[in-house]
Ligand binder design. Structure first.
Ligand SMILES: Nc1ncnc2c1ncn2[C@@H]1O[C@H](COP(=O)(O)OP(=O)(O)OP(=O)(O)O)[C@@H](O)[C@H]1O
Length: 502
Protein backbone atom coordinates (compact mmCIF):
# COMPACT_ATOMS: atom_id res chain seq x y z
CA UNK A 1 0.00 0.00 0.00
CA UNK A 2 1.24 3.48 -0.86
CA UNK A 3 -0.03 6.33 1.31
CA UNK A 4 0.29 9.67 -0.36
CA UNK A 5 -1.34 13.08 -0.28
CA UNK A 6 -2.62 14.38 -3.61
CA UNK A 7 0.28 16.01 -5.43
CA UNK A 8 -0.40 19.57 -6.57
CA UNK A 9 1.36 21.38 -9.39
CA UNK A 10 0.78 24.81 -10.88
CA UNK A 11 1.16 25.77 -14.52
CA UNK A 12 1.09 29.38 -15.62
CA UNK A 13 -0.21 30.02 -19.13
CA UNK A 14 1.90 32.35 -21.26
CA UNK A 15 0.45 35.88 -21.18
CA UNK A 16 -0.02 37.79 -24.34
CA UNK A 17 0.64 41.28 -23.01
CA UNK A 18 3.89 42.30 -21.38
CA UNK A 19 2.05 44.66 -19.02
CA UNK A 20 0.74 41.67 -17.08
CA UNK A 21 4.19 41.15 -15.60
CA UNK A 22 4.59 41.88 -11.90
CA UNK A 23 1.30 40.25 -10.96
CA UNK A 24 3.00 37.17 -9.60
CA UNK A 25 6.36 35.79 -8.58
CA UNK A 26 7.67 32.29 -8.08
CA UNK A 27 9.93 31.62 -5.13
CA UNK A 28 12.20 28.77 -6.15
CA UNK A 29 14.48 29.26 -3.14
CA UNK A 30 12.42 26.86 -1.12
CA UNK A 31 13.55 24.04 -3.38
CA UNK A 32 11.34 21.33 -1.94
CA UNK A 33 8.12 23.29 -1.84
CA UNK A 34 8.29 26.31 -4.09
CA UNK A 35 5.71 29.00 -3.62
CA UNK A 36 3.71 31.21 -5.92
CA UNK A 37 2.96 34.73 -4.80
CA UNK A 38 0.06 36.53 -6.42
CA UNK A 39 0.18 40.28 -6.03
CA UNK A 40 -3.06 42.24 -6.12
CA UNK A 41 -2.42 45.52 -7.96
CA UNK A 42 -3.39 48.69 -6.06
CA UNK A 43 -5.84 49.83 -8.66
CA UNK A 44 -7.92 46.73 -7.95
CA UNK A 45 -8.26 47.59 -4.29
CA UNK A 46 -11.61 48.91 -3.19
CA UNK A 47 -11.58 52.63 -2.39
CA UNK A 48 -8.78 54.93 -1.29
CA UNK A 49 -8.25 53.48 2.18
CA UNK A 50 -8.62 49.69 2.42
CA UNK A 51 -7.43 46.74 4.48
CA UNK A 52 -7.30 44.30 1.61
CA UNK A 53 -4.31 41.98 1.52
CA UNK A 54 -1.93 42.85 -1.28
CA UNK A 55 -0.36 39.49 -1.91
CA UNK A 56 -1.19 35.83 -1.47
CA UNK A 57 1.33 32.99 -1.23
CA UNK A 58 0.61 29.39 -2.18
CA UNK A 59 2.85 26.34 -1.98
CA UNK A 60 3.00 23.69 -4.71
CA UNK A 61 5.09 20.57 -5.37
CA UNK A 62 6.36 22.40 -8.41
CA UNK A 63 5.41 25.50 -10.31
CA UNK A 64 5.78 25.57 -14.08
CA UNK A 65 6.11 29.09 -15.35
CA UNK A 66 5.08 30.35 -18.75
CA UNK A 67 8.11 28.93 -20.53
CA UNK A 68 7.52 25.30 -19.52
CA UNK A 69 6.87 23.16 -22.57
CA UNK A 70 4.65 20.09 -22.94
CA UNK A 71 7.61 17.70 -22.67
CA UNK A 72 8.61 19.18 -19.28
CA UNK A 73 5.03 18.88 -18.03
CA UNK A 74 4.83 15.23 -19.11
CA UNK A 75 8.23 14.26 -17.68
CA UNK A 76 7.60 15.88 -14.29
CA UNK A 77 3.89 15.35 -13.75
CA UNK A 78 2.49 12.54 -15.90
CA UNK A 79 5.41 10.13 -16.25
CA UNK A 80 5.63 9.22 -12.52
CA UNK A 81 1.87 8.55 -12.49
CA UNK A 82 2.11 6.43 -15.67
CA UNK A 83 4.91 4.44 -14.03
CA UNK A 84 2.75 3.62 -10.99
CA UNK A 85 -0.09 2.59 -13.31
CA UNK A 86 2.30 0.21 -15.09
CA UNK A 87 3.20 -1.19 -11.66
CA UNK A 88 -0.50 -1.92 -10.96
CA UNK A 89 -1.73 1.16 -9.05
CA UNK A 90 -4.62 3.42 -10.02
CA UNK A 91 -3.70 6.93 -11.08
CA UNK A 92 -5.51 10.18 -11.79
CA UNK A 93 -4.31 13.47 -13.19
CA UNK A 94 -6.81 16.28 -13.25
CA UNK A 95 -6.52 19.83 -14.48
CA UNK A 96 -8.43 22.52 -12.63
CA UNK A 97 -8.60 26.19 -13.51
CA UNK A 98 -10.71 28.90 -15.03
CA UNK A 99 -11.82 28.94 -18.64
CA UNK A 100 -8.98 29.51 -21.04
CA UNK A 101 -6.26 28.86 -18.46
CA UNK A 102 -4.86 25.88 -20.41
CA UNK A 103 -6.55 22.76 -19.01
CA UNK A 104 -7.28 21.20 -22.41
CA UNK A 105 -3.89 22.33 -23.72
CA UNK A 106 -2.22 20.57 -20.77
CA UNK A 107 -4.31 17.38 -20.78
CA UNK A 108 -4.96 16.82 -24.50
CA UNK A 109 -2.65 19.36 -26.15
CA UNK A 110 -2.76 21.88 -28.96
CA UNK A 111 -3.70 20.82 -32.46
CA UNK A 112 -1.24 23.03 -34.33
CA UNK A 113 2.16 21.53 -33.63
CA UNK A 114 3.32 18.00 -32.89
CA UNK A 115 5.35 19.35 -29.97
CA UNK A 116 2.09 20.69 -28.46
CA UNK A 117 0.86 17.15 -27.75
CA UNK A 118 -0.49 17.05 -24.23
CA UNK A 119 -0.47 14.56 -21.37
CA UNK A 120 -2.89 12.03 -22.95
CA UNK A 121 -1.04 11.32 -26.22
CA UNK A 122 2.35 11.43 -24.50
CA UNK A 123 1.18 9.04 -21.76
CA UNK A 124 -0.26 6.63 -24.35
CA UNK A 125 3.02 6.76 -26.22
CA UNK A 126 5.01 6.13 -23.04
CA UNK A 127 2.77 3.28 -21.83
CA UNK A 128 2.84 1.40 -25.16
CA UNK A 129 6.62 1.88 -25.38
CA UNK A 130 6.99 0.29 -21.93
CA UNK A 131 4.60 -2.56 -22.77
CA UNK A 132 6.63 -3.40 -25.85
CA UNK A 133 9.82 -3.52 -23.81
CA UNK A 134 8.36 -5.93 -21.26
CA UNK A 135 7.89 -9.27 -22.99
CA UNK A 136 7.64 -11.20 -19.71
CA UNK A 137 4.11 -9.93 -18.96
CA UNK A 138 0.87 -10.13 -20.93
CA UNK A 139 -0.88 -6.75 -21.06
CA UNK A 140 -4.36 -5.72 -22.18
CA UNK A 141 -5.13 -2.05 -22.71
CA UNK A 142 -8.65 -0.69 -22.99
CA UNK A 143 -9.84 2.85 -23.40
CA UNK A 144 -12.99 4.69 -22.35
CA UNK A 145 -13.85 8.35 -22.81
CA UNK A 146 -16.59 9.88 -20.71
CA UNK A 147 -18.09 13.32 -20.99
CA UNK A 148 -20.18 14.85 -18.24
CA UNK A 149 -22.33 17.61 -19.62
CA UNK A 150 -25.04 19.30 -17.54
CA UNK A 151 -24.69 16.54 -14.93
CA UNK A 152 -25.40 13.76 -17.49
CA UNK A 153 -22.80 11.25 -18.65
CA UNK A 154 -22.18 10.51 -22.36
CA UNK A 155 -19.92 7.98 -24.01
CA UNK A 156 -17.61 9.92 -26.33
CA UNK A 157 -16.67 6.67 -28.08
CA UNK A 158 -20.25 5.70 -28.86
CA UNK A 159 -20.35 5.24 -32.68
CA UNK A 160 -23.84 6.82 -32.75
CA UNK A 161 -22.38 10.06 -31.42
CA UNK A 162 -21.88 11.64 -34.85
CA UNK A 163 -25.30 10.70 -36.21
CA UNK A 164 -27.45 11.49 -33.17
CA UNK A 165 -28.03 14.56 -31.12
CA UNK A 166 -26.78 14.45 -27.54
CA UNK A 167 -30.28 13.96 -26.07
CA UNK A 168 -30.86 10.82 -28.16
CA UNK A 169 -27.74 9.09 -26.95
CA UNK A 170 -27.97 6.61 -24.08
CA UNK A 171 -26.82 8.28 -20.88
CA UNK A 172 -23.98 6.86 -18.90
CA UNK A 173 -25.19 6.13 -15.39
CA UNK A 174 -23.36 5.41 -12.17
CA UNK A 175 -24.26 2.48 -9.94
CA UNK A 176 -22.68 1.10 -6.83
CA UNK A 177 -22.27 -2.60 -6.06
CA UNK A 178 -22.69 -4.01 -2.50
CA UNK A 179 -18.93 -3.57 -1.95
CA UNK A 180 -19.35 0.13 -2.76
CA UNK A 181 -17.44 -0.18 -6.02
CA UNK A 182 -18.53 2.27 -8.67
CA UNK A 183 -19.61 0.96 -12.10
CA UNK A 184 -20.58 2.93 -15.17
CA UNK A 185 -23.45 1.67 -17.29
CA UNK A 186 -23.42 2.47 -21.04
CA UNK A 187 -19.76 3.45 -21.09
CA UNK A 188 -17.96 1.38 -23.72
CA UNK A 189 -14.47 -0.01 -23.26
CA UNK A 190 -12.37 -0.32 -26.41
CA UNK A 191 -9.38 -2.55 -26.61
CA UNK A 192 -6.31 -0.86 -28.08
CA UNK A 193 -3.42 -3.10 -29.03
CA UNK A 194 -1.16 -0.31 -30.27
CA UNK A 195 -0.47 3.34 -29.61
CA UNK A 196 -2.04 4.18 -32.98
CA UNK A 197 -5.31 2.44 -32.08
CA UNK A 198 -5.41 4.26 -28.74
CA UNK A 199 -4.71 7.62 -30.40
CA UNK A 200 -7.50 7.02 -32.92
CA UNK A 201 -9.88 6.53 -30.01
CA UNK A 202 -8.68 9.79 -28.46
CA UNK A 203 -9.25 11.66 -31.75
CA UNK A 204 -12.69 10.10 -32.17
CA UNK A 205 -13.66 11.16 -28.66
CA UNK A 206 -12.30 14.68 -29.12
CA UNK A 207 -14.29 15.06 -32.34
CA UNK A 208 -17.43 14.07 -30.48
CA UNK A 209 -16.71 16.35 -27.56
CA UNK A 210 -19.25 18.98 -26.73
CA UNK A 211 -17.99 22.40 -27.70
CA UNK A 212 -19.78 25.65 -27.13
CA UNK A 213 -18.57 29.17 -27.50
CA UNK A 214 -18.69 31.87 -24.88
CA UNK A 215 -17.67 35.48 -25.22
CA UNK A 216 -14.80 34.71 -22.85
CA UNK A 217 -13.27 31.89 -24.83
CA UNK A 218 -14.02 31.14 -28.43
CA UNK A 219 -13.45 27.45 -28.00
CA UNK A 220 -14.36 26.88 -24.45
CA UNK A 221 -15.21 23.36 -23.41
CA UNK A 222 -18.37 23.30 -21.34
CA UNK A 223 -18.11 19.78 -20.05
CA UNK A 224 -15.91 17.61 -17.87
CA UNK A 225 -14.06 14.89 -19.74
CA UNK A 226 -12.44 11.76 -18.36
CA UNK A 227 -10.15 9.80 -20.67
CA UNK A 228 -9.40 6.47 -18.98
CA UNK A 229 -6.74 3.88 -19.74
CA UNK A 230 -7.55 0.49 -18.22
CA UNK A 231 -4.47 -1.69 -18.02
CA UNK A 232 -4.56 -5.39 -17.11
CA UNK A 233 -1.43 -7.45 -16.75
CA UNK A 234 -0.53 -11.01 -15.90
CA UNK A 235 2.50 -13.23 -15.92
CA UNK A 236 2.24 -16.18 -18.31
CA UNK A 237 0.87 -19.25 -16.50
CA UNK A 238 -0.30 -17.24 -13.49
CA UNK A 239 -3.97 -16.83 -12.51
CA UNK A 240 -3.30 -13.49 -10.80
CA UNK A 241 -4.32 -10.48 -12.83
CA UNK A 242 -3.46 -6.87 -12.01
CA UNK A 243 -5.87 -4.12 -12.99
CA UNK A 244 -4.93 -0.46 -12.98
CA UNK A 245 -6.88 2.57 -14.19
CA UNK A 246 -5.49 5.89 -15.22
CA UNK A 247 -8.00 8.75 -15.39
CA UNK A 248 -6.88 11.85 -17.27
CA UNK A 249 -9.40 14.52 -16.42
CA UNK A 250 -10.08 17.81 -18.11
CA UNK A 251 -12.56 19.67 -15.93
CA UNK A 252 -14.82 22.38 -17.27
CA UNK A 253 -13.74 25.98 -16.56
CA UNK A 254 -14.23 27.23 -13.03
CA UNK A 255 -15.06 30.87 -13.85
CA UNK A 256 -17.93 32.62 -12.19
CA UNK A 257 -21.26 32.81 -13.98
CA UNK A 258 -21.59 36.59 -13.57
CA UNK A 259 -18.28 37.22 -15.28
CA UNK A 260 -18.97 35.16 -18.38
CA UNK A 261 -21.84 37.39 -19.45
CA UNK A 262 -23.88 34.58 -20.92
CA UNK A 263 -27.53 33.74 -20.87
CA UNK A 264 -29.96 30.99 -22.00
CA UNK A 265 -28.42 27.60 -22.73
CA UNK A 266 -24.92 28.75 -21.86
CA UNK A 267 -26.09 30.12 -18.53
CA UNK A 268 -27.67 26.74 -17.74
CA UNK A 269 -24.38 25.05 -18.64
CA UNK A 270 -22.39 27.46 -16.50
CA UNK A 271 -24.72 26.80 -13.55
CA UNK A 272 -24.28 23.05 -13.92
CA UNK A 273 -20.52 23.44 -14.19
CA UNK A 274 -20.42 25.67 -11.15
CA UNK A 275 -22.66 23.26 -9.26
CA UNK A 276 -20.56 20.21 -10.04
CA UNK A 277 -17.36 22.09 -9.22
CA UNK A 278 -19.05 23.21 -6.02
CA UNK A 279 -19.78 19.55 -5.18
CA UNK A 280 -16.18 18.68 -6.03
CA UNK A 281 -15.10 21.38 -3.61
CA UNK A 282 -17.49 20.01 -0.96
CA UNK A 283 -15.88 16.59 -1.30
CA UNK A 284 -12.40 18.11 -1.15
CA UNK A 285 -13.31 20.13 1.98
CA UNK A 286 -14.85 17.08 3.66
CA UNK A 287 -11.78 14.99 2.86
CA UNK A 288 -9.33 17.62 4.04
CA UNK A 289 -11.09 17.92 7.40
CA UNK A 290 -10.10 15.36 10.00
CA UNK A 291 -12.77 13.11 11.57
CA UNK A 292 -15.37 13.70 8.82
CA UNK A 293 -17.22 10.42 8.49
CA UNK A 294 -19.51 11.35 5.59
CA UNK A 295 -18.02 12.42 2.28
CA UNK A 296 -20.72 13.68 -0.15
CA UNK A 297 -19.48 11.79 -3.23
CA UNK A 298 -22.99 10.96 -4.43
CA UNK A 299 -24.00 14.60 -4.91
CA UNK A 300 -22.69 14.78 -8.45
CA UNK A 301 -21.76 12.40 -11.24
CA UNK A 302 -18.20 13.66 -11.42
CA UNK A 303 -17.46 13.10 -7.72
CA UNK A 304 -19.07 9.64 -7.94
CA UNK A 305 -16.88 8.69 -10.90
CA UNK A 306 -13.76 10.14 -9.30
CA UNK A 307 -14.52 8.67 -5.88
CA UNK A 308 -11.42 6.47 -5.85
CA UNK A 309 -9.24 9.31 -7.10
CA UNK A 310 -10.29 11.52 -4.21
CA UNK A 311 -9.37 10.02 -0.87
CA UNK A 312 -9.35 6.43 -2.10
CA UNK A 313 -7.32 3.79 -3.84
CA UNK A 314 -5.42 6.01 -6.25
CA UNK A 315 -2.30 8.06 -6.80
CA UNK A 316 -3.73 11.42 -7.70
CA UNK A 317 -2.16 14.54 -9.10
CA UNK A 318 -3.78 17.94 -9.66
CA UNK A 319 -2.56 20.58 -12.07
CA UNK A 320 -3.80 24.06 -11.24
CA UNK A 321 -3.82 25.96 -14.52
CA UNK A 322 -3.46 29.71 -14.09
CA UNK A 323 -3.97 32.54 -16.48
CA UNK A 324 -2.28 35.23 -14.44
CA UNK A 325 -3.64 38.38 -15.96
CA UNK A 326 -5.01 41.36 -14.06
CA UNK A 327 -8.62 40.51 -14.79
CA UNK A 328 -8.12 36.92 -13.68
CA UNK A 329 -6.58 37.63 -10.29
CA UNK A 330 -9.62 36.56 -8.27
CA UNK A 331 -10.04 33.36 -10.28
CA UNK A 332 -6.36 32.55 -9.96
CA UNK A 333 -6.41 33.03 -6.18
CA UNK A 334 -9.52 30.87 -5.99
CA UNK A 335 -7.82 28.11 -8.06
CA UNK A 336 -4.76 28.21 -5.79
CA UNK A 337 -6.90 28.05 -2.64
CA UNK A 338 -8.69 25.04 -4.05
CA UNK A 339 -5.31 23.39 -4.72
CA UNK A 340 -4.14 24.01 -1.13
CA UNK A 341 -7.16 22.09 0.19
CA UNK A 342 -6.64 19.30 -2.32
CA UNK A 343 -3.04 18.94 -1.08
CA UNK A 344 -4.39 17.89 2.34
CA UNK A 345 -6.19 14.83 0.99
CA UNK A 346 -4.53 11.52 1.75
CA UNK A 347 -4.96 8.62 -0.64
CA UNK A 348 -4.08 4.99 -0.06
CA UNK A 349 -3.18 3.24 -3.27
CA UNK A 350 -3.09 -0.55 -3.25
CA UNK A 351 -2.07 -3.06 -5.89
CA UNK A 352 -5.27 -4.20 -7.58
CA UNK A 353 -4.69 -7.92 -7.88
CA UNK A 354 -7.32 -10.55 -8.33
CA UNK A 355 -7.55 -14.19 -9.22
CA UNK A 356 -9.14 -14.72 -12.62
CA UNK A 357 -11.73 -17.53 -12.03
CA UNK A 358 -11.38 -18.77 -15.62
CA UNK A 359 -7.62 -19.05 -15.28
CA UNK A 360 -8.03 -20.58 -11.81
CA UNK A 361 -10.22 -23.40 -13.23
CA UNK A 362 -7.65 -24.09 -15.94
CA UNK A 363 -4.89 -24.15 -13.32
CA UNK A 364 -6.83 -26.50 -11.03
CA UNK A 365 -7.65 -28.82 -13.93
CA UNK A 366 -3.96 -28.94 -14.75
CA UNK A 367 -3.13 -29.66 -11.12
CA UNK A 368 -5.66 -32.54 -11.01
CA UNK A 369 -4.17 -34.02 -14.15
CA UNK A 370 -0.68 -33.71 -12.67
CA UNK A 371 -1.81 -35.48 -9.49
CA UNK A 372 -3.45 -38.23 -11.54
CA UNK A 373 -0.25 -38.69 -13.49
CA UNK A 374 1.75 -38.78 -10.26
CA UNK A 375 -0.61 -41.36 -8.82
CA UNK A 376 -0.39 -43.39 -11.96
CA UNK A 377 3.39 -43.47 -11.59
CA UNK A 378 3.09 -44.58 -7.95
CA UNK A 379 0.56 -47.31 -8.71
CA UNK A 380 2.05 -48.13 -12.05
CA UNK A 381 -1.39 -47.98 -13.58
CA UNK A 382 -3.16 -45.75 -16.01
CA UNK A 383 -6.20 -44.86 -14.03
CA UNK A 384 -8.15 -42.69 -16.37
CA UNK A 385 -9.43 -45.31 -18.85
CA UNK A 386 -11.69 -48.33 -18.29
CA UNK A 387 -9.92 -51.63 -17.62
CA UNK A 388 -9.18 -53.60 -20.78
CA UNK A 389 -10.59 -57.11 -21.36
CA UNK A 390 -7.13 -58.57 -20.82
CA UNK A 391 -6.83 -56.72 -17.51
CA UNK A 392 -10.26 -57.96 -16.42
CA UNK A 393 -9.37 -61.55 -17.30
CA UNK A 394 -6.11 -61.28 -15.43
CA UNK A 395 -7.92 -59.87 -12.42
CA UNK A 396 -10.54 -62.64 -12.42
CA UNK A 397 -7.79 -65.27 -12.52
CA UNK A 398 -6.22 -63.57 -9.55
CA UNK A 399 -9.51 -63.67 -7.65
CA UNK A 400 -10.01 -67.34 -8.50
CA UNK A 401 -6.59 -68.33 -7.27
CA UNK A 402 -7.12 -66.23 -4.15
CA UNK A 403 -10.37 -68.02 -3.43
CA UNK A 404 -8.76 -71.40 -4.08
CA UNK A 405 -5.82 -70.71 -1.85
CA UNK A 406 -6.47 -72.49 1.44
CA UNK A 407 -4.03 -70.41 3.32
CA UNK A 408 -6.15 -68.20 5.61
CA UNK A 409 -3.38 -65.62 5.49
CA UNK A 410 -3.41 -65.34 1.72
CA UNK A 411 -4.10 -61.91 0.19
CA UNK A 412 -5.60 -60.60 -2.97
CA UNK A 413 -2.98 -58.20 -4.31
CA UNK A 414 -4.49 -55.75 -6.80
CA UNK A 415 -2.56 -52.60 -5.77
CA UNK A 416 -4.19 -49.24 -5.09
CA UNK A 417 -5.98 -49.01 -8.41
CA UNK A 418 -9.57 -48.24 -7.39
CA UNK A 419 -10.92 -49.55 -10.67
CA UNK A 420 -9.46 -52.99 -9.88
CA UNK A 421 -10.64 -52.90 -6.27
CA UNK A 422 -14.18 -52.08 -7.46
CA UNK A 423 -14.07 -54.82 -10.03
CA UNK A 424 -12.99 -57.38 -7.37
CA UNK A 425 -16.01 -56.55 -5.26
CA UNK A 426 -18.32 -56.73 -8.26
CA UNK A 427 -16.89 -60.04 -9.32
CA UNK A 428 -17.18 -61.53 -5.83
CA UNK A 429 -20.74 -60.30 -5.56
CA UNK A 430 -21.51 -61.87 -8.92
CA UNK A 431 -20.03 -65.19 -7.79
CA UNK A 432 -22.11 -65.20 -4.62
CA UNK A 433 -25.30 -64.30 -6.48
CA UNK A 434 -24.69 -66.99 -9.08
CA UNK A 435 -24.31 -69.53 -6.30
CA UNK A 436 -27.45 -68.35 -4.53
CA UNK A 437 -29.71 -68.10 -7.55
CA UNK A 438 -28.57 -70.89 -9.84
CA UNK A 439 -26.81 -73.15 -7.39
CA UNK A 440 -23.89 -73.06 -9.77
CA UNK A 441 -20.73 -74.72 -8.62
CA UNK A 442 -18.16 -72.14 -8.18
CA UNK A 443 -14.67 -72.07 -6.97
CA UNK A 444 -15.73 -70.91 -3.53
CA UNK A 445 -18.45 -73.52 -3.21
CA UNK A 446 -15.94 -76.20 -4.09
CA UNK A 447 -13.72 -74.97 -1.38
CA UNK A 448 -16.65 -75.09 1.00
CA UNK A 449 -17.29 -78.72 -0.04
CA UNK A 450 -13.70 -79.57 0.59
CA UNK A 451 -14.00 -77.99 3.99
CA UNK A 452 -17.03 -80.29 4.70
CA UNK A 453 -14.92 -83.35 3.85
CA UNK A 454 -12.41 -82.65 6.57
CA UNK A 455 -14.15 -84.88 9.21
CA UNK A 456 -14.19 -87.70 6.61
CA UNK A 457 -10.43 -87.48 6.24
CA UNK A 458 -10.07 -87.85 9.96
CA UNK A 459 -12.20 -90.97 9.89
CA UNK A 460 -10.17 -92.43 7.08
CA UNK A 461 -7.05 -91.69 8.99
CA UNK A 462 -8.41 -93.52 12.01
CA UNK A 463 -9.40 -96.44 9.84
CA UNK A 464 -5.95 -96.64 8.33
CA UNK A 465 -4.34 -96.42 11.75
CA UNK A 466 -6.49 -99.23 12.97
CA UNK A 467 -5.65 -101.18 9.87
CA UNK A 468 -1.97 -100.56 10.41
CA UNK A 469 -2.27 -101.68 14.02
CA UNK A 470 -4.01 -104.77 12.83
CA UNK A 471 -1.28 -105.46 10.26
CA UNK A 472 1.39 -104.93 12.87
CA UNK A 473 -0.24 -107.38 15.15
CA UNK A 474 -0.49 -109.84 12.33
CA UNK A 475 3.22 -109.40 11.51
CA UNK A 476 4.16 -109.87 15.16
CA UNK A 477 2.17 -113.03 15.36
CA UNK A 478 3.66 -114.29 12.11
CA UNK A 479 7.20 -113.41 13.22
CA UNK A 480 6.81 -115.18 16.47
CA UNK A 481 5.33 -118.01 14.64
CA UNK A 482 8.24 -118.16 12.15
CA UNK A 483 10.89 -117.59 14.83
CA UNK A 484 11.78 -114.24 13.42
CA UNK A 485 11.48 -112.33 16.69
CA UNK A 486 14.74 -110.39 15.85
CA UNK A 487 13.10 -108.84 12.87
CA UNK A 488 10.24 -107.57 14.89
CA UNK A 489 9.93 -103.86 14.80
CA UNK A 490 9.69 -101.80 17.92
CA UNK A 491 6.70 -99.49 17.88
CA UNK A 492 5.12 -97.21 20.33
CA UNK A 493 1.43 -97.62 20.03
CA UNK A 494 2.08 -99.30 16.68
CA UNK A 495 2.20 -96.09 14.70
CA UNK A 496 5.66 -94.53 15.09
CA UNK A 497 7.72 -94.35 11.88
CA UNK A 498 4.76 -95.17 9.71
CA UNK A 499 2.85 -92.88 7.48
CA UNK A 500 -0.72 -93.78 6.97
CA UNK A 501 -1.53 -94.75 3.44
CA UNK A 502 -3.88 -92.50 1.76
N1 LIG B 1 0.90 26.66 -21.97
C1 LIG B 1 0.36 27.12 -23.09
N2 LIG B 1 1.13 27.44 -24.14
C2 LIG B 1 0.60 27.88 -25.25
N3 LIG B 1 -0.72 28.06 -25.46
C3 LIG B 1 -1.55 27.77 -24.46
C4 LIG B 1 -1.06 27.27 -23.23
N4 LIG B 1 -2.10 27.05 -22.43
C5 LIG B 1 -3.19 27.38 -23.12
N5 LIG B 1 -2.87 27.82 -24.34
C6 LIG B 1 -3.81 28.27 -25.36
O1 LIG B 1 -4.84 29.00 -24.71
C7 LIG B 1 -6.10 28.74 -25.27
C8 LIG B 1 -7.06 28.23 -24.17
O2 LIG B 1 -6.54 27.09 -23.62
P1 LIG B 1 -7.41 25.83 -23.27
O3 LIG B 1 -8.48 25.61 -24.28
O4 LIG B 1 -6.50 24.71 -22.99
O5 LIG B 1 -8.09 26.33 -21.93
P2 LIG B 1 -9.09 25.56 -21.00
O6 LIG B 1 -8.65 25.84 -19.61
O7 LIG B 1 -9.18 24.16 -21.39
O8 LIG B 1 -10.46 26.27 -21.27
P3 LIG B 1 -11.95 25.73 -21.02
O9 LIG B 1 -12.20 25.73 -19.56
O10 LIG B 1 -12.80 26.66 -21.72
O11 LIG B 1 -11.96 24.36 -21.55
C9 LIG B 1 -5.88 27.71 -26.34
O12 LIG B 1 -5.82 28.37 -27.60
C10 LIG B 1 -4.53 27.12 -26.03
O13 LIG B 1 -3.84 26.69 -27.17
Amino acid sequence: MVKQTIQIFARVKPTVRKQQQGIYSIDEDEKLTPSLEIIVPHDLADGFVNNKRESYKFKFQRIFDQGANQETIFENIAKPVAESVLAGYNGTIFAYGQTGSGKTFTITGGAERYSDRGIIPRTLSYIFEQLQKDSSTIYTTRISYLEIYNECGYDLLDPRHEASSLEDLPKVTVFEDPDQNIHLKNLSLHQAATEEEALNLLFLGDTNRMIAETPMNQASTRSHCIFSIHLSSKEPGSATVRHAKLHLVDLAGSERVAKTGVGGQLLTEAKYINLSLHYLEQVIIALSEKHRSHIPYRNSMMTSVLRDSLGGNCMTTMIATLSLEKRNIDESISTCRFAQRVALIKNEAVLNEEIDPRLMIIRLQKEIQELKDELAIVTGEQRTEALTDAELLELEKLITSFLEDQDPESRLEVGTDMRKIHHCFHYLKKLLNDKKIHGKSTVSSEIKDQDCQEPLKEEEYKKLRDLLQQRDNEISILSEFNGMGRGRRQRKGGEEGRQPRR
